[in-house]
Design a protein around this ligand. Sequence first.
Ligand code: DX5
Length: 237
Amino acid sequence: MAPHAPLIVPSVLPADAARLGEEVEALCAAGVDRIQWDVMDGVFVPNLTFGPDVIAAARRHSTVGFEAHLMVVEPDKLLGRYIDAGCELVIVHAEATTHLHRTLHRIRELGARSGVALNPHTPVSVVENVLDETDMVLAMTVNPGFGGQAYIPAVEAKVRRLRAMVEESGLPIEIEVDGGITDATIGGAAAAGADVFISGSWLYSFPAGKSAAVQLLRDQARAAMGSFPVAVGGGAA
Ligand code: DX5
């Protein structure tokens, strides 16, 4: 499937943890398409962040869907907790799963959509045998664990390979990028074939506010997608 219209999905990581309900409401008012919760266990990545109860408490403040990016060593143990907390999409790291096919299948069995994240060093070949169990592939454009890091342009080549793989499969799989996404970097990722964009620190620090930041990112992604090479199989981008 060709890329769909760009989705702008903020990371809650930079939000004021003392006012998460209001912060979620503000993101919804800014016109975001979904909200991503960066879940970190202090082992897979050095940082420690949101438990399921925190997300459940924020759920009633949101008019958009939640996705959980599980940067944890044993995601299988946590799938049900984050889905019960209100996450409609759960992303596990390929590097943290022994049986990725089974984990992705389990996420769907539990009623959510499944996502698999690839760290910058992880090749796309890791997902080639699980595409039929996958709703979204996340190509990390930074090494996970912290917001505010520099975008890694080399990942764009990986995104291009992912897009070709998804086109070849004919499956409606989203390609998401996460880390260092700004008005200056989103175009390269979109032109490479990404259609879902996570932004945290840049979006939160944009001087004209979150609505303007979301609109600028969406406009930049749309403009770049226009240059997207015709998808494998001839479908327009
Ligand atoms: C890294 C996190 C970040 C965050 C967005 O583990 O996943 O990528 O979501 O970070 P920035 O601030 O770079 O947009």
